[in-house]
Design a protein around this ligand. Structure first.
Ligand SMILES: NC(=O)c1ccc[n+]([C@@H]2O[C@H](COP(=O)([O-])OP(=O)(O)OC[C@H]3O[C@@H](n4cnc5c(N)ncnc54)[C@H](OP(=O)(O)O)[C@@H]3O)[C@@H](O)[C@H]2O)c1
Length: 328
């Protein structure tokens, strides 16, 4: 089968397409013939050698995927022919072989049935991002209906999932994006307001959009200078869930503000789900998508041969998820 691997940590250009034997499954695993895989910034960090507990090269990245089971061990809850998607949070594409491949051996604890009425590419696009957004909003953020949620980096994979889920859970949602076109798309997706993250009057605009319900929960995708801005925009007692670091790995925050406003800043990771928690959350997430007649948003689909171009599109700032059509 064909697979994208890096033999040495470094730039995305280090990913090369290799021809390898179809992997064998281990205890508790099933073999999935992948239809689609999806990209995450974490895959880039992993190839660059900056992701904790990553597999040793030569290594196939890819945390998201959906496909058909072609081999299941004895006693498995799955059978050959079942359509499945890989849930975010497991070790697939971290220390176990990932989904940028024709076939992937996946621990079955981290698999779910393909949601009815979803395509493979929607399922590949939706799992890790939606579970991340759910953890930020519900598990760690304790979102209550009627609250105002600010989503920074809202046009990305996690961002659009957070906008949809926060809205579906009854929040007022303010989305940030640098692109006018994507701000319009975020409004069409359900955001109550979409504001330019680079606006010099950002804080004033967010306060005006929030109205009499100030921002009480922030889903912070950017880090760097945005963290201090989030602290300023959050209401007293506000919670800031730090999900990502796209603007910078480091941030400076005015501690006086944290103390004075009693702000909680919390780092969170989808990797902290236990498998059974992730499956339970996924059931609720899919139910919300289906009840609202909504599906995960796809920015663009690339052929398997063009994984490098797919990463370039991701880095340029997508609108939703970047997906690759797998080949064997
Ligand atoms: N903690 C976890 O468990 C977890 C799980 C998944 C992802 N993450 C992290 O969360 C972050 C978001 O992931 P994602 O998949 O949503 O990313 P993404 O798809 O790449 O999208 C992020 C969005 O952020 C904006 N952006 C990117 N760089 C920016 C910059 N320098 N300044 C301002 N805006 C910028 C872009 O929007 P505009 O161009 O529209 O402004 C982009 O569309 C990443 O850091 C990722 O590693 C963490």
């Amino acid at each position: 089968m064909r697979t994208w691997r890096f033999h040495k940590a470094g730039a995305i250009a280090n990913l090369v397409m290799d021809e390898v034997a179809v992997p064998r499954i281990g205890q508790g695993e099933v073999l999935v013939a992948l239809e689609y895989a999806a990209l995450n910034p974490a895959d880039r960090y992993l190839v660059q050698g900056q992701y904790p507990r990553a597999g040793a090269p030569p290594f196939t990245p890819g945390r998201d995927g959906a496909g058909i089971i072609v081999e299941a061990g004895q006693g498995s809850r799955f059978k050959t022919g079942d359509k499945v998607c890989v849930l975010g949070g497991g070790l697939t594409g971290v220390s176990l072989p990932g989904t940028f491949a024709g076939y992937c051996p996946v621990p079955e604890a981290w698999l779910a049935a393909l949601p009815s009425d979803w395509t493979f590419k929607q399922a590949a696009a939706g799992a890790l991002t939606s579970l991340t957004a759910w953890r930020a909003l519900v598990v760690c953020g304790n979102l209550q209906p009627g609250e105002t949620v600010l989503v920074t980096g809202a046009s990305g994979g996690v961002g659009v999932a957070a906008v949809f889920l926060a809205k579906a859970l009854g929040a007022q949602v303010i989305a940030l994006s640098r692109s006018e076109e994507k701000r319009q798309q975020l409004i069409a997706l359900g955001a109550d307001a979409a504001i330019d993250s680079e606006s010099p009057t950002l804080e004033k605009e967010v306060r005006a959009a929030a109205g009499d319900r100030p921002v009480s929960l922030v889903v912070e995708m950017l880090g760097g200078p945005y963290l201090e801005k989030s602290v300023r925009m959050a209401a007293p007692e506000g919670r800031i869930m730090v999900v990502g670091l796209l603007a910078d790995l480091k941030a400076t925050v005015t501690i006086g503000l944290l103390i004075h406003k009693n702000i909680r800043i919390e780092g969170m990771s989808v990797n902290n789900f236990k498998a059974e928690e992730a499956r339970a959350a996924w059931t609720k997430i899919v139910d919300l998508y289906q009840r609202n007649h909504h599906c995960p948003v796809i920015s663009e689909v690339f052929p398997f041969e063009q994984v490098q171009a797919a990463f370039a599109h991701l880095q340029a700032g997508p609108m939703g998820k970047v997906v690759v059509r797998c080949k064997r």
